[in-house]
Design a protein around this ligand. Structure first.
Ligand code: ADP
Length: 237
């Protein structure tokens, strides 16, 4: 399917229309999202291809377990066709292990296991710093209906269970991840991407970070880590 007009350009992704109104093309660029990361020269050749590969693989994997996603087909190394959705203005965060912002907020040791997964909702409003919202905020602000929130929470929990065990079988730990969710009519599904840009993933034996934190924490070896994650997930498939 041919891509047509550019609909949206972010740092790490571009969206294009196609000849079919219900389908768009999602292109992954070599940049890192967010100005903070980009200002640290967050870019390497081949990142778009790696992230498109990881996201395509994970979306198909989830679909095999009947978790609905927007994924249709990977059409080039850096592009996939996806279902065009009305996006909820909510970002869902799922935490299995305290790290990064969650560890800082509750003064928990980095890497401390949680007794139960935590699911948090954030308003997608970068100008407000994406504040955390709960179910009553979401209802009061018209961000989602009650039954939509129930579906979103079920999708997040199921995604977590499936991905956690997949990563575990690859000798990896899924500490936390973010999801964007959208709908086409009554059909609610995962949108955007699932990549090391919006997940935190460590090697189980060494706790080596194979994700965005190599940029945020200036750890170096970003490209190597992203390639390793891609290969460990996909070559073993
Ligand atoms: P970047 O990471 O490049 O800064 P963003 O993630 O901010 O880009 O932007 C990508 C945009 O595309 C987001 O606004 C996201 O909600 C939107 N998007 C992702 N998937 C879909 C979809 N299937 N339909 C409509 N919009 C989508």
């Amino acid at each position: 399917m041919e891509k047509q007009d550019l609909l949206f350009e972010g740092a790490s992704k571009r969206l294009y229309s196609t000849g079919r109104p219900s389908i768009i093309v999602l292109e992954f660029t070599d940049e890192f999202p967010g100005s903070a990361a980009s200002s640290k020269k967050g870019k390497f050749p081949g990142k778009g291809e790696i992230n498109c590969g990881i996201s395509s693989f994970l979306f198909q994997y989830l679909e095999n377990y009947h978790v609905p996603t927007h994924f249709s087909e990977r059409i080039t190394p850096t592009e996939m066709t996806v279902r065009k959705l009305e996006m909820f203005k909510i970002i869902v965060h799922v935490h299995n292990i305290a790290t990064a912002n969650l560890a800082a907020r509750f003064k928990l040791d980095d890497g401390r296991a949680l007794d139960y997964p935590i699911i948090e909702y954030y308003l997608k409003a970068p100008r407000l710093g994406n504040p955390m919202v709960n179910e009553t905020h979401a209802l009061a602000l018209g961000l989602a209906k009650k039954e939509d929130l129930r579906t979103i929470s079920r999708i997040a929990s199921k995604t977590n269970a499936i991905l956690k065990s997949l990563f575990d079988r690859r000798g990896l730990v899924l500490l936390e991840f973010q999801l964007e969710i959208g709908s086409a009519g009554d059909h609610i599904c995962i949108a955007d991407e699932i990549t090391p840009d919006n997940c935190r993933i460590w090697d189980r034996k060494t706790n080596r970070r194979l994700d965005q934190d190599r940029i945020h924490q200036d750890l170096g070896g970003v490209e190597k880590a992203y390639r390793e994650l891609h290969d460990r997930l996909i070559s073993a498939a």
